[in-house]
Design a protein around this ligand. Structure first.
Ligand code: MRU
Length: 360
């Protein structure tokens, strides 16, 4: 594997600080212009890092939250187990309220809290902390393995030379190694395959421009940046053979929440007869949501639309704005959902349920 490719696929985007009381992240809001590492020490810094998208992408949010929970648990100053459990719970709820849509956040935090259920009231807190340390590291390691498996399954759906459209960023920065939607492209590159990728810039926060085109370009993969409203023309031109997107929460019927604009891409893909693939780990599937209607959609600050990336405001301050961060792609528009356990096709109610035999 070339060094330039490994640098991208094995990026150190989230890790536990050496003191194990802090978490170190790449500040994704500063890319591609600057690679800045931030050390998060307090629960407020951690909450803000997630809310302000310094760390973002569903799996990376989950991994970061697990490390944050462990680092903060080590800061709880008590010998009393009951007090520890109650302080842990309130920190967990606080971190969990930072963003509502990506289920990986609550999934990872719940896994961390479950560790406490193994303890008794007279439990040695040193032992509990050791178990918590193991759990957050396991969440990270499992995600690495899941991304690799998703990349392999995803690659099996593509042909060498394919044109690919992607929306938002579901690469290594958003996950751990390879990524989900971008994983097949990096893996294909490793194997000498050439893909021609069109990256939607992803209004309004530009994850496609700032992160996806950056990751692909740095890895030596052919990438062309387009504005979101250009997706139709590149499809009509015959340049797209498949759409690959990530996901933030998948409902039991296959409806999939992802970055705002994804459902529009899926509707266009259906019109042009292009397969539309959603790639994500099983940690992003929420069997408690029956359909996409049960998924809470995050609403964000209108300033992100009017001001954030401009030298001066591009709308009147008093103009009303609607800024949903995600939308839900109807399962009828999805050709397949690619997970680390395999490729699920319609009827998704059955194929997704089969991934969780223990819940049946
Ligand atoms: O608001 P973001 O940047 O966190 O939204 C990210 C996405 O929508 C990604 O596509 C999704 O989290 C999958 S990341 C593997």
């Amino acid at each position: 594997m070339s060094e330039e490719l490994t640098k991208v696929t094995h990026v150190d985007n989230v890790r536990l600080g050496d003191d194990e009381r802090s978490v170190v992240i790449i500040d994704q809001t500063q890319l591609p212009n600057r690679t800045v590492y931030l050390t998060l020490r307090t629960k407020e810094e951690m909450f803000d890092a997630i809310k302000l998208l310094r760390v973002r992408g569903a799996p990376a949010i989950g991994i970061c939250a697990a490390y944050c929970m462990y680092a903060l648990a080590r800061q709880i100053d008590t010998d009393d187990y009951t007090y520890f459990v109650s302080a842990f719970h309130s920190i967990k709820e606080y971190l969990n309220s930072s963003r509502p849509t990506a289920v990986n956040l609550s999934w990872a935090l719940n896994r961390m809290e479950k560790v406490l259920e193994q303890g008794e009231n007279d439990e040695d807190l040193g032992d509990v902390l050791e178990l918590l340390g193991k759990e957050c590291r396991a969440i990270h390691q499992e995600d690495i393995a899941m991304c690799r498996a998703i990349s392999e399954y995803g690659l099996s759906l593509l042909q060498d030379g394919d044109g690919i459209l992607t929306h938002c960023n579901a690469g290594p920065l958003a996950t751990s190694r390879y990524g989900t939607a971008l994983g097949p492209l990096f893996l294909g590159k490793e194997q000498g395959k050439e893909f021609h990728v069109f990256s939607d810039e992803t209004r309004p926060l530009l994850q496609g421009a700032r992160l996806t085109s950056y990751e692909l370009q740095k890895a030596g993969i052919d990438v062309t940046l387009i504005c979101d409203n250009m997706a139709s023309i590149v499809m009509k031109n015959g340049w797209i053979n498949a759409c690959l997107v990530g996901c933030d929460r998948i409902a039991a019927n296959g409806d999939a929440a992802n970055k705002i604009g994804t459902s529009g891409v899926a509707i266009l893909a259906k019109h042009y007869g292009i397969p539309f693939y959603v790639l994500g780990p099983t940690s992003t599937i929420d069997m408690n949501c029956k359909t996409g209607d049960d998924i809470e959609i995050e609403l964000r600050d209108p300033e992100e639309i009017k001001n954030k990336f401009y030298a001066e405001p591009q709308a009147l301050a008093e103009v009303k704005c609607y800024n949903p961060a995600f939308d839900v792609t109807d399962h009828s528009l999805i050709t397949a959902i690619v997970t680390e356990k395999g490729i699920c096709r319609a009827p998704f109610t059955e194929s997704l349920a089969a991934l969780f035999p223990e819940q049946q």
